[in-house]
Design a protein around this ligand. Structure first.
Ligand code: ATP
Length: 892
């Protein structure tokens, strides 16, 4: 017999498990060693050797190798070998960096890998889905992805979308009864939930019948979901820039060779000059350093609780101009405590802290026993019954397992002395219509000991009021007319204006043994009992984060399913709502087209009582207004908006698997302030990339100028290819990497976000590259001319002086690159990495100049002490000039 044909008791026996306690840890270990981990094979990984060789397929490197080969053929063996050695060392560096990046990516994957709720030794625990074994009992709910193939043993309106397996996107309802169909297809297995499929509604429990490659998903292994990688727009732009530079270099080379040959120089000599120019023009180290800077940035974000799932987000974050954030749990603590209750014209208060079930009830500030007040008692009992949360003790601390809103209702009833297990003895739950954010309520069909049946509903008070036709007032059920509705609404508004989150409780008797099939049938003609109001204090750090965002030109928008007045009160506390800003509710939003919303959207700071599908409209309207939008979400229905946003943000703790998969950024702590931290990091990474792009390209410009000028003036080449390559890859490489680790400039969160269309060279960067490059080129050329002019027989010595001047000018200039303004506007030595990298580069330069075995390779000679004065003097001129002109502009 197959599992889908069995009764659930038979399944329990066949799998040697226990539905009430789950498996023992010993048994789990045994089963893991017998069946293996619950993982799908990931296919062939790129071998280390292939990865190493892939380092050399870069176009720049290929050109370099070709040029080297030709110069080797022309007899320049030492040069050719040395260049190849440098290229190979660089290849190794690239290889190790990529290896590291790959490792951190798989660590990231691990961090965002789905966890599942499993029953082990009588306790529900969360484990990574790879640790599930056959016979494990899993609990799942709307928004989860199923971790293995399971036979459903409990279903509460469970519906699952199986398109990953069947291609059919209409969700399938799941039940627990055995199937009688012979050989049903996957789409017909209504009591099996398959690995990788997604719960769209309800919740359930199932027992694992297949894991890993044995699951239906395992059979079609190529459906594997890979973590997204790819390139950022900036990387793409830099790659294009690289191609342009190569074309320019090639053109220059051809030109120089042609002119030289026409002037009567030897072809061989001109060819070497051409290679030197090409090497000078190409920033060989740039692509690797960009990759390192991005991957280090991503690591830094993890330390701040933000996991980047799509590398592109690192850059887009820096452009964000609006953050649309959920209120509950993201801006508030999601630690709810009922403080006020209202029913039939009376208000009660209750004290106590957090989820500790101790507190007293008061009416008009006089203590009372809640069991003496019938309406109050009814409201507490139903709030506890229509509930799935539980309190558990963990290391002497009370922890809530479940939804915080339900936790608050559980605790308020416990304060009055009720216990859920006792209640469940008195009431039997027959059916449940689970909560969803669109309906904003949930219901249970229950039966009491006397055999009477009821529908108990709890949810957003305005919604419940709309579907109620009577009300409990002075212990009697009365007609709920228009006037009465206004009175109730006023009471609700009164609670909401105290920033309380409100939940109404209602019920209706139904004839015994009726089957209520749909929520529409259950949730109508109710009797309104009352409202419980709970505080959910704002997270203390959010107010400051909102303020910082404002200063950075980023608008914060609160989007919540909560009541308009509650939302307004909290938005005001957090500084989101100003005098000018507007509040829109879900109803108004429903009646608006995207175009209509576009007209007002810039003025709206709070969207309240919205449903998840409204979020997509909001994202679109904001994007049409030219905004770069970050949008948070946690539920299944949030996924489309998260995907459509420029930066989709999912909650790490409360977020569903589906929301996380759609997102670009996951907040490990669900905290709004973490989005701000990620934005600062995103801005900083971009600025740091600009810093070293500027640094490296200025070096290239300098090198080209030196070579071109020398050629035009009919001088010998001041630098030889291997020296240029050494500068580009080694002595410049280390400080460039250190610039990638620089701290943000103070004003990073005090200016408006940059435009996503901004080019690499905008905000004056192009001018900086050319002007600095020009100055560096000129001083290098000068140093060469001065020495060469004195004694033309000492070409190699003059070249060594030029080499040292170029390196020194670059190493001084690098401190200027820390700031967009000037070297004087920031402590130049504030980045210790930079100081150490400059010291290392200096040492490396000295080794190449003074270490005899390296001298023939790099064509260097030991520089005499007094010549260092010349080198230092010339190489510091560019930075002095720039600092001087900055001061001049400032005094003007
Ligand atoms: P946010 O969108 O900021 O997270 P939210 O949590 O209020 O806000 P929803 O979860 O969509 O958004 O809830 C909307 C409304 O539904 C709430 O204001 C509350 O009145 C009601 N509600 C929330 N949770 C439950 C629940 N478990 N049972 C019944 N009603 C609920």
């Amino acid at each position: 017999m197959k599992f889908h044909e069995m009764e659930i008791k038979q399944v329990e026996k066949a799998l040697e498990t226990d539905f009430s306690t789950g498996l023992l840890s010993e048994e789990v270990k045994k089963r893991i060693s017998k069946y293996g981990l619950n993982e799908l094979d990931e296919g062939e990984k790129q071998s280390a050797l292939l990865l190493f060789f892939s380092q050399f397929k870069d176009f720049m490197v290929l050109i370099l190798l070709a040029a080297t080969l030709i110069s080797g053929l022309l007899g320049e063996y030492i040069d050719a070998i040395a260049i190849i050695a440098i290229v190979i060392i660089n290849g190794f560096l690239g290889f190790f960096q990529e290896r590291k990046a790959e490792k951190s990516l798989s660590a990231l994957k691990e961090l965002s890998a789905p966890q599942v709720s499993v029953l082990r030794e009588g306790q529900w625990v969360k484990v990574p889905s790879k640790d599930i074994v056959i016979g494990d009992i899993l609990k799942f709910t709307s928004g989860d992805r199923i971790g293995a193939d399971v036979r459903v043993i409990e279903s509460r309106s469970l519906e699952i979308e199986e398109s990953a397996l069947t291609g059919e996107s209409v969700p399938v309802s799941k039940h627990i009864d055995p199937l009688t169909t012979v050989n049903p297809g996957i789409g017909d297995m209504e009591n099996i939930a398959f690995m990788g499929t997604m719960i769209t509604r309800g919740s359930g429990i199932g027992v694992v019948v297949a894991t890993g490659m044995k699951t239906a998903m395992g059979q079609i292994a190529d459906l594997l979901q890979n973590a997204e990688s790819g390139e950022t727009p900036l990387q793409r732009r830099l790659e294009q820039l690289g191609k342009i530079l190569i074309s320019v270099a090639l053109l220059l080379t051809v030109l120089v060779v042609a002119i030289g040959v026409l002037q009567g120089h030897a072809l061989y000599e001109m060819f070497l000059a051409g290679v030197s120019l090409a090497v000078a023009a190409i920033p060989e180290g740039l692509p690797a350093i960009v990759t390192v800077a991005l991957s280090l940035g991503v690591q830094k974000m993890i330390k701040k609780n933000a996991i980047v799932r799509k590398i592109q987000a690192v850059e887009t974050l820096g452009c964000a101009s609006v953050i649309c954030s959920d209120k509950t749990g993201t801006m508030t603590q999601n630690k709810m405590t009922v403080t006020h209750l209202w029913s039939g014209g009376h208000t009660w208060t209750v004290d106590g802290v957090g989820y500790k079930p101790q507190g007293n009830f008061y009416r008009n500030e006089r203590p009372l026993h809640p069991k003496d007040e019938k309406a109050l008692q009814q409201m507490l009992i139903f709030g506890m019954l229509c509930n799935h949360s539980e309190l558990v003790m963990k290391e002497e601390e009370i922890i809530l397992d479940g939804d915080p809103t339900e936790g608050a209702l559980l605790v308020s009833a416990m304060k009055a002395g009720f216990e859920r297990p006792t209640l469940l003895n008195e009431f039997t739950i027959i059916n449940e219509f689970p909560f969803d954010s669109a309906r904003k309520m949930m219901s249970m069909h229950v039966k009491d000991k006397q055999g009477r049946h009821f529908i108990v509903t709890k949810g957003a008070p305005d919604v419940i009021l709309g579907i109620s036709e009577s009300i409990l007032w002075e212990e009697k059920t009365q007609y709920l007319g228009k006037e009465m509705k206004i009175r109730v609404q006023e009471a609700i508004n009164g609670l909401a204006s105290k920033a309380l989150r409100t939940i109404a409780i209602a019920y209706k008797p139904v004839p015994a043994n009726t089957v209520i099939l749909s929520e529409q049938e259950a949730e109508k003609k109710l009797t309104f009992i009352g409202v419980q109001g709970m505080i959910d204090p704002p997270r203390p750090e959010v107010k400051e984060a909102v303020k910082e965002c404002k200063a950075a030109g980023i608008k914060t928008v609160m989007i919540t399913g909560d009541h308009v007045i509650t939302a307004k009160a909290i938005a005001a506390q957090l500084g989101i709502l100003s005098n000018k800003s507007k509040v829109l509710d879900g109803k108004a939003l429903s009646n608006m087209s995207v175009e209509e919303l576009e007209v007002v959207v810039d003025e709206v700071s709070v969207f309240a009582r919205v449903s998840p599908e409204h979020k997509l409209k909001i994202v679109k309207a904001l994007q049409n207004r030219g905004h770069v939008v970050a949008m948070t979400g946690d539920g299944v229905n949030d996924a489309p908006a998260i995907k459509a946003a420029d930066i989709g943000v999912a909650m790490g703790i409360t977020g569903t698997d589906v929301a996380k998969e759609a997102s670009a950024l996951v907040l490990l702590d669900d905290n709004f302030a973490t989005i701000k931290a990620a934005i600062i990091e995103g801005r900083n990474i971009y600025e740091n990339i600009r810093k070293f792009v500027r640094y490296l390209l200025a070096s290239n410009v300098g090198e080209i100028l030196v070579m071109l000028f020398a050629m035009i003036c009919g001088l010998p080449l001041p630098l030889i290819p291997i020296q240029i390559l050494w500068v580009n890859l080694v002595t410049d490489g280390l400080p460039a990497m250190a610039l990638g680790l620089d701290r943000p400039e103070e004003n990073v969160m005090k200016r408006n976000p940059r435009s996503p269309n901004e080019g690499v060279f905008s905000r004056g960067l192009g001018w900086k590259v050319v002007s600095r490059g020009f100055l560096i080129g000129i001083v290098t050329l000068f140093s060469f001319i001065i020495v060469y002019h004195n004694d033309t027989s000492r070409l190699q010595y003059a070249q060594t002086i030029a080499f040292a001047t170029l390196v020194m000018a670059q190493l001084i200039h690098v401190f200027d690159c820390r700031s967009e303004k000037s070297v004087l506007s920031r402590n130049p030595f504030g980045n210790p990495y930079l100081v150490w990298s400059v010291i290392s580069s200096l040492a490396l330069m000295l080794v190449v100049i003074y270490y005899p075995p390296l001298q023939p390779i790099f064509h260097t000679l030991a520089i005499r002490g007094q010549d260092w004065l010349l080198i230092l003097g010339l190489s510091s001129i560019p930075t002095f000039l720039l600092a001087g002109s900055f001061l001049l502009r400032k005094t003007k």
